[in-house]
Design a protein. Structure first.
Length: 360
């Protein structure tokens, strides 16, 4: 039996209980978790914004040690330190093989649709985003684990699995921030802090952080922000004032709110680029006039998982960590236990920044 946090149904409270986790089958890996980040995507799964079969063990941003492997597993062995990959590419579908866009893989979440464990009373359980990291141990497909490079602390490495890959990729792969460009970052949670650090690594000039909570200013500046604004109805106008009346070259929206997306778009200069990584609900509608779309010549585009290829990007991120350019620990605002996850969800709903990290 393995201790886990599972959600019986959409909107129901999390339950902490022992679950029956089977041994890995062919092509599967059993991992003992060292840590798991509490991500806003877990909240989106719990409230039905993202679709997922229930009951489900949530958690998708994790790192740990391989306990055992099933037949045909060749890339890892018991004792190896690994990062969980919640969006593993199949390498064969239209997006992977033809378009070379593995972050859009058609089969990335296939494991989340198949029961992987049972509750103590025998009810089938599903793995949230195919990984089920809110548990002392999990069983995942081999392609859902990545070997952890040397020099990265195992607990903090959990953040590489989602927040950092997403934030770094949004800056380097999607927005393609160039040295000296100005950047506005909307939403200073775990991903937003990763975006700020990535913008600094990219050599951005002015970096404006925006959040609804003024208490996040110190954290934002430590991550690389040169300016901080508390979100308001005049945010876009305030950013233009800070940038000589033009607006920033790039805006990255991490909150997934219609008003925030609209403000991010409006805060960029003519010809500017807005990247949306925040996950919003289908009821969040963003509107533009036909004239302003023509006149401002801006681009607005969504970004899934930072347009990242984890197998290629994790070694690069590890090098940034080893060289002191990327500080994973500063993204962690609280280290908690499994029983504290419900309170961490409440804190996210209230707008607290940074990452709560479940340490096993």
């Amino acid at each position: 039996m393995v201790r886990a946090a599972f959600l019986p149904a959409v909107g129901a409270p999390l339950e902490i209980a022992d679950i029956d986790l089977p041994e890995p089958g062919p092509g599967q890996v059993r991992v003992r978790l060292a840590a798991a980040g509490v991500c806003h995507s877990d909240l989106s799964l719990s409230n039905g914004t993202l679709r997922q079969p229930f009951p489900v063990v949530l958690g998708h941003e994790g790192a740990g040690t391989v306990v055992s492997t099933g037949e045909q597993v060749t890339s890892v062995a018991p004792g190896d330190a690994v990062i969980l990959n919640w969006a593993p590419s199949c390498g064969e579908c239209h997006y992977c093989a033809r378009l070379r866009e593995p972050w859009l893989c058609e089969h990335a979440n296939a494991a989340s649709a198949v029961p992987y464990a049972r509750t103590g009373d025998g009810q089938e359980l599903y793995a949230g985003l195919g990984t089920a990291a809110f548990a002392a141990e999990t069983v995942v497909p081999e392609r859902a684990v990545l070997s952890l490079p040397d020099g990265v602390p195992l607990t903090d490495a959990a953040l590489l699995g989602c927040a950092v890959l997403t934030g770094y990729g949004a800056v380097h792969h999607h927005a393609r921030v160039r040295p000296g460009e100005s950047v506005a970052v909307f939403g200073i949670g775990g991903v937003g802090l990763a975006v700020l650090q990535a913008a600094r690594i990219a050599g951005a000039g002015q970096v404006v952080a925006v959040d609804i909570a003024p208490g996040k200013e110190e954290l934002a500046r430590a991550a690389g922000a040169t300016d901080f604004l508390t979100a308001s109805e005049t945010t876009a106008k305030d950013i233009r004032k800070l940038t000589g009346g033009y607006g920033t070259d790039v805006a990255v929206e991490c909150a997934g709110r219609a008003d925030s997306i609209r403000a991010a778009w409006s805060s960029t200069r003519r010809g500017g680029r807005t990247t949306v990584v925040g996950i919003g609900g289908k009821d969040q509608q963003v509107t533009f006039s036909a004239l302003e779309i023509f006149h401002f010549a801006r681009t607005l585009s969504g970004c899934v998982f930072g347009n990242s290829d984890p197998a290629a990007d994790v070694p690069v991120l590890a090098e940034h960590v080893r060289e002191g350019r990327l500080d994973l620990g500063m993204l962690v605002t609280e280290r908690i236990g499994l029983d504290d996850i419900p309170e961490a969800f409440d804190a996210m709903r209230g707008g607290r920044g940074g990452r709560a990290l479940v340490v096993f």
